[in-house]
Design a protein around this ligand. Sequence first.
Ligand SMILES: CC(C)(COP(=O)(O)OP(=O)(O)OC[C@H]1O[C@@H](n2cnc3c(N)ncnc32)[C@H](O)[C@@H]1OP(=O)(O)O)[C@@H](O)C(=O)NCCC(=O)NCCS
Length: 166
Amino acid sequence: MQGAAAQDTDTGGIGVAPRVRELRWPADREAVLSFQYEVYEHNFPGFRVTQSFLQEYAQQIRQAARSPYERLYVLEDEGRVVGFIWIEVRGTMIDPVIGYIKNVYVAPELRGQGQAQLLLSAADDWFRSQGCSKASLDVSVCNEAAIRCYQRAGYETARYRMEKRY
Ligand SMILES: CC(C)(COP(=O)(O)OP(=O)(O)OC[C@H]1O[C@@H](n2cnc3c(N)ncnc32)[C@H](O)[C@@H]1OP(=O)(O)O)[C@@H](O)C(=O)NCCC(=O)NCCS
C-alpha cells in the first residue's frame, strides 16, 4: 500500500511522529470506543452514548474490519491509539463508486497539528485505489473544527440538510 497509511513519518531524529496504520481487532477496541463519546455527543447535541450503544458500535466495527468495502485506520503515537478513521466505498444514483467518511477522530492533545489530515490522506489513497470518482461525508453545522478540517483537505459543501423545529 502506498501513502500515509504505509509509513511512519521521520521527524529528523527527535522522535517518531504519529503514524497511520490499519485497525487491529480487538486490540484497538477500547481506544476506538472511548472516542465515540465525543464524536456522537458533540455532533448530535442531546444524544447520550450508552453502554448498549457502544456494544452495537463495537459489533459494527468488527464487521467493517472484515468487509472488502470498508477500511478502519488508527493514528498511533508512541504505542498509544490517538486517532481513528472509518471509511467505506458505496454506489450512488449518479456515481457507481464513491468514498464515504463515516467517522474521524483525533485525541484533543494532538489536535491543531494537522493529524487529521494524515487520516484523511490515508482515506484518499484507499478511495483512489478503489476507483472512486469522489469522496463525501456528512458533518454537523455546529462542528466548526471538523468543517475547517474537511475544507483544508479539499472537501466542499455540495448539499444542505435542512430541519424545522416544532
Ligand atoms: C475534527 C478533528 C478530527 C480535527 O482534527 P485536527 O487534527 O485538529 O485537524 P487537522 O488535521 O485539519 O488540523 C487542523 C488544525 O491544525 C493546524 N495545523 C498545524 N499544522 C498543520 C499542518 N501541517 N497541516 C494542516 N493543519 C495544520 C491548522 O491550522 C488547524 O488549526 P485550526 O483548526 O485552529 O484552524 C478533531 O477536532 C476531532 O477529533 N474532533 C472530535 C471528533 C469529531 O467531531 N469528528 C468529526 C466527526 S464529523
